[in-house]
Design a protein around this ligand. Structure first.
Ligand code: NAP
Length: 281
């Protein structure tokens, strides 16, 4: 396994890879299964050893695929899953986690996230996460799709300061969080986990990304991913169901955009000048 992927620190100092792998929409089509398993294993071999999944994905089918991909490799991976908001009650979180562990064929999750905020009081969800942590079923917990006001409320909740990360939509075309949420997280040494780092393959057809990609002999996806990975305190989880995309994403982690390229990107994908509500997919 190569280890040329940079790392970021969780608030407790544990280092995790800056580049991981997403899994949304994997495990849903039998015809793609072999390619998806090969892609995930190739990524692990290349050092992209953080894998993100969720009970929601494919109604559990994605977690089952990940469990299969990890046979014999579990100890090498930092495994992340997410609980539905409607399962986020004191007993619901524990029951949902048990089901995820079964599908993932493992005894523990490295990180367990609340997928988005629902109607269950945050204090109840935090208490359930801490119960799981004490039982050794999860090592860290965090949230997803929380805007700055949600984060404020979370850290004011008993036990809420133990949150390890906030998984948010962040890429070159979705920069609203740069105004207040990313600085808020950075001030608390809490890394942001960037989902859809290549905007779910919906990047504009023509933008400065194309010029940079042409000049560098790489793809626009690689430029977009390199841009996210260059942000301090941010780690990213692109999903790639094909080995060639996994290899490209790994190569993107070695790409350093220069000041001129970053400025060209800013002229087209302008940074926010005022608060924008957090977008989600
Ligand atoms: P994404 O990673 O931005 O984009 C995935 C798409 O881009 C796929 O169609 C993939 O194609 C393609 N792709 C990836 N790398 C490529 C490359 N180098 N060249 C060309 N195409 C490439 O979008 P995402 O799946 O929405 O987000 C990533 C992960 O974040 C998800 O899988 C999931 O784990 C997580 N997520 C979380 C939330 C949340 O609410 N917390 C929401 C969305 C996503 P192939 O698959 O064909 O290779």
């Amino acid at each position: 396994m190569t280890t040329d992927i940079a790392s970021v620190s969780l608030p407790d100092g544990e280092r995790i890879p800056k580049l991981g792998q997403g899994t949304w929409e994997m495990g849903e089509h039998p015809a793609r299964r072999a390619a998806e398993l090969a892609a995930l294993r190739c990524g692990i071999d290349l050092g992209m050893t953080l894998i993100d999944t969720a009970e929601m994905y494919g109604d559990g089918a994605t977690e089952s695929l990940v469990g299969e991909a990890l046979v014999g490799l579990r100890d090498q991976v930092f495994l992340v899953s997410k609980v539905y908001p409607h399962n986020a009650s004191r007993q619901g979180v524990v029951a949902a986690c048990e089901q995820s562990l079964k599908r993932l064929k493992t005894d523990w999750l490295d990180l367990y996230l609340l997928h988005w905020r629902g109607s269950v009081p945050l204090a109840e969800t935090v208490e359930a996460f801490e119960t799981l942590r004490s039982a050794g079923k999860i090592r860290h917990w965090g949230v997803s799709n929380f805007d700055t006001d949600d984060m404020e409320e979370l850290v004011a909740t008993p036990g809420g300061k133990a949150c390890a990360t906030n998984q948010i939509l962040y890429n070159v075309a979705r920069r609203g969080s740069e105004f207040d949420l990313l600085p808020w997280l950075a001030a608390r040494k809490m890394p942001a986990m960037a989902y859809s780092p290549v905007d779910h393959a919906r990047l504009p057809k023509r933008s400065p990304l194309n010029d940079i990609a042409d000049a560098r002999g790489v793809s626009v996806f690689q430029v977009a991913l390199a841009w996210v990975l260059q942000k301090p305190g941010v780690f990213a989880i692109p999903k790639a169901g094909r080995i060639e995309h996994v290899r490209d994403n790994h190569r993107a982690s070695q790409l350093q955009l220069d000041v001129r390229e970053l400025a060209a990107i800013d002229t087209y994908f302008t940074p926010p000048r005022s608060k924008r509500p957090l977008e989600m997919l």
